[in-house]
Design a protein around this ligand. Structure first.
Ligand SMILES: [Zn+2]
Length: 229
């Protein structure tokens, strides 16, 4: 714990790589964990896929609306501390689509998989407020299907987002992985772009392989971040 504080204090540039474990303390379920959203249901790879959206826009909408949107959720101590650090010398690359880093006032966020609260029409390409999407999946203007600007299974990551993320990793002398078991590619592949001397830290409920020189903090990320000053 003291070591983490020291690393952050001495760092030139801190890049955070975050996942669902950051937002569970805000009441957003981690759909990949055993107790999460999908336990005992269809696989997320099917329900949140491009093919499913195209074939069943109505069922896709029902599912997304009921299971992914938590508009009342508020950022927690992890989002707040990251925003504080990012304001002077850091960036956050997140897999989360909940927009909570923005809500925490973080200006240095790359949303690798997009943001649920940016919604648009797939026919006329107009942006529409997410509240309209939650009311109906069809665009009143043109009858086209609305969707959130998130990356579905079977869709590629925006090239600019990938480039920005790679740069954020390359610039960092401290990389902190928080609340993700790092199983989702291409997100997990970002680490390979780090500088050889960059220090790798992981904060996660279950231990991850951080290599011989890395620092693993196993435990509740909210509890650990609350101790940072
Ligand atoms: Zn439209």
């Amino acid at each position: 714990m003291d070591e983490l504080q020291q690393l952050i204090d001495q760092a030139q540039q801190v890049t955070f790589l975050t996942g669902a474990g950051v937002s569970t303390a805000s009441g957003i379920p981690d759909y990949r964990s055993k107790t999460g959203l999908y336990a005992g249901r269809q696989r997320p790879e099917e329900l949140l896929s491009h093919d499913y959206f195209v074939a069943h826009p109505d069922k896709f909408w029902q599912f997304v609306k009921q299971s992914l949107y938590f508009p009342e959720a508020q950022p927690n101590i992890i989002h707040q501390k990251m925003a504080q650090i990012a304001a002077t010398k850091g960036q956050v690359i997140t897999q989360n689509i909940d927009g909570l880093d923005h809500k925490a006032g973080n200006q240095q966020v790359i949303e690798f998989h997009g943001n649920l609260y940016q919604t648009y029409c797939t026919q006329c390409q107009k942006d529409v407020p997410w509240q309209e999407y939650l009311a109906d999946y069809r665009h009143p203007d043109c009858g086209g299907f609305l969707r959130p600007r998130i990356v579905l299974y079977g869709e590629g990551i925006n090239e600019q987002v990938v480039q920005k993320s790679v740069r954020a990793i390359q610039q960092a002398d401290v990389i902190i992985v928080v609340g993700t078991s790092f199983q989702v590619y291409p997100f997990a592949g970002l680490l390979q772009y780090r500088q050889p001397q960059a220090k790798l830290v992981a904060v996660n409920k279950t231990p991850l392989d951080v290599g011989q020189h890395g620092l693993m903090l196993t435990g509740d990320a909210a509890h650990i971040f609350a101790q940072l000053h």
